[in-house]
Ligand binder design. Sequence first.
Ligand code: PLP
Length: 448
Amino acid sequence: MDIETPGASALPNDLDAFWMPFTPNRHFKQDPRIVVRAKDMHYFKPDGTAVLDGTAGLWCSNAGHCRAPIVEAIQAQAAELDFAPTFQFSHPKTFELANRLTEMAPAGLEHVFFCNSGSEAVDSALKMALAYHRLNGEASRTRFIGRARGYHGTGFGGISVGGISGNRKFYGALLPGVDHLPDTYNRDEQAFSRGEPAWGAHLADELENIVALHDASTIAAVIVEPMAGSTGVLPPPQGYLKRLAAICKRHGILLIFDEVITAFGRLGYATAAERFDVTPDLMAFAKGVTGGTVPLGGVLVSKGIFDMFQDDERPDHVIDLFHGYTYSGHPLAMAAALATLNLYRDEGLFEQARANEDAMADAAHSLKDHPLVLDIRTIGLVAAFDLVGIKDQPGKRGYEVMCRAFHDENIMIRVTADTIALSPPLIATQADLEEMIAKFRRVLDAVA
Ligand SMILES: Cc1ncc(COP(=O)(O)O)c(C=O)c1O
């Protein structure tokens, strides 16, 4: 690919000081995978080589990279209003963005709280659930129900409700009283699924058993990703989310959707709630809201929950929610999000993702008979591949495939243990999708 290369920065000599997140640091420093620039569907290595972005960065660059309208909006905002506090003060774009988001969200989610990341969004939603019940006279509702194989970021709340032992075991006892639903994956019943697997709605009924064990009066909320992303892409079984929502409602338990990955077009709709026709009480979002350009997270909140915090009898000077972040509603994040949402709308990117769902699935499932592939799951603009592992070394195969993909085939892919996830920017054309799978196939051939 032709590129103008100015700015291709030289690699610093010493990579030691940066303690990289979720990375085997020692090996990375021996074998770095560095990009210096990005445009649309591609990153660029220091030598100018284009790298196809098969992961939308980290599930966030949904509009593609360095899109001019977003870049210009951020630049203009930085020059006009660099920061304004939102504790007791604010600036216009906070309200503008909140209104845009509530217009896009399912009916009933009428308020928005801003933070900086998915982890903060999750912890904010959990705290709102606790405070809601307390204000509602049910202070005994303090228990959260997460799900095995759930990922809800890395705050103490998020790892407590999350269902990944590696993220939990180092950090002590975590939030008290959390319980977990079983995950929704069963290879024998669901192998090579396209969209929502037919088998598994009954797994939602496990919530009834959990309620029977703990009693509904102790349970504040259930939190799930509508499609589990980080643990290897587990699309919800047909009817599962509706069943879960009905059980929550029956027992006065709040339902929190963690849509940090699924919102903003990943499944072909503004939200997974819209796609699956299930409206939660609280929805955590982040990532795609700014196309990854400026950190931003948030929680969409139902009218009923918000109203519980608004007490007409309370004196004017008393705060309603004792929670917030210095950068809640940061001007750069607001400007970036508004420009990104405009781009999604003007270019019809959610619709494009929906239209490309079959092409993505066809391309991905063409690897079905590859000797290294155990299962493939596709939904929206996402595909996951479970690979045959290396004996007694879980994760080694996936890691090797990810490294080789970057070095040999110039494609960025996402690895979780021995599962590879592909989730390209929504601007991907069918040709991009086919190229992505062709590159991935060559990597698999090379390591098989
Ligand atoms: C479903 C989900 N929730 C929360 C998070 C945490 O988001 P962040 O890394 O922005 O804190 C992620 C990140 O991948 C996620 O996938």
